[in-house]
Design a protein. Structure first.
Length: 227
């Protein structure tokens, strides 16, 4: 059973989400919050697997609430999907950098929402091709981010290949097929890089891949300078 917390300032939205998830045998709503502060408190108390977090809420918004949750070592197992009615670059960047595992518009199909919860609960990132592209463009045109080229020196050549695939939005199976390894080995590489690079999840690996210059527009892979 995947345990879910709903955080949205509109009671009607929370009610709709709760009813939608009630139709799934593997999803259970274990708490609700109407603002960011309450969301942090409810998540701390219930320790859910996934939070559906509204980006814009009064007082403490969803971005700041996400930062507080992801900064707490006791909540390291909590995955957050940012929900919003706005498809805005600045919200996407802020959500991913805050530690959100995914970003979804509220007009998503019910089946897509349910599947998104399952995806992030399994430890994967929910980044569509369009969102990955926005993240890439924002990092390339914006200020320095969370990574630098020096971080890549601690990765092996194979790990850099896998990271480049993650940065391009490929699944573990697609990465495995591309560089001729097994999907299980690809998953092992991803897990190892999360530890080496201090990344919370796959979404942050995407950011690191672009931040560090490993993946850039028009160039699939750039080998970093070795010490």
């Amino acid at each position: 059973m995947i345990r879910v917390v709903l955080a949205d300032d509109q009671a009607l939205v929370r009610s709709g989400l709760r009813a939608l998830l009630a139709n799934s045998d593997d999803l259970q709503v274990v708490g609700e919050a109407s603002d960011g502060r309450e969301a942090v408190a409810v998540v701390t108390r219930t320790q859910p697997d996934v939070v559906l977090m509204d980006a814009r809420m009064p007082g403490l918004d969803g971005i700041e609430a996400t930062q507080r949750i992801t900064a707490d070592p006791l909540l390291s197992g909590v995955a957050i999907i940012m929900l919003t009615t706005f498809d805005e670059d600045e919200l996407i960047f802020a959500a991913i950098r805050a530690g959100a595992s995914g970003y979804l518009l509220k007009d998503a199909e019910p089946r897509d929402l349910r599947e998104a919860i399952r995806v992030v609960a399994a430890g994967d990132a929910l980044l569509s091709a369009s969102v990955t592209r926005k993240v890439m463009e924002g990092i390339v045109s914006g200020p320095a981010g969370i990574a630098d080229r020096g971080q890549l020196n601690q990765l092996t050549e194979r790990e850099r290949e896998v990271l480049a695939g993650v940065g391009r939005g490929l699944s573990n199976d697609e990465i495995a097929a591309q560089i001729h390894i097994s999907p299980a080995t690809a998953r092992t590489y991803v897990s190892r890089m999360l530890t080496k690079l201090g990344a919370r999840d796959r979404a942050q690996l995407v950011v690191i891949a672009y931040d560090s210059g490993l993946v850039t527009p028009g160039r699939h892979l750039e080998t970093p300078d070795r010490p």
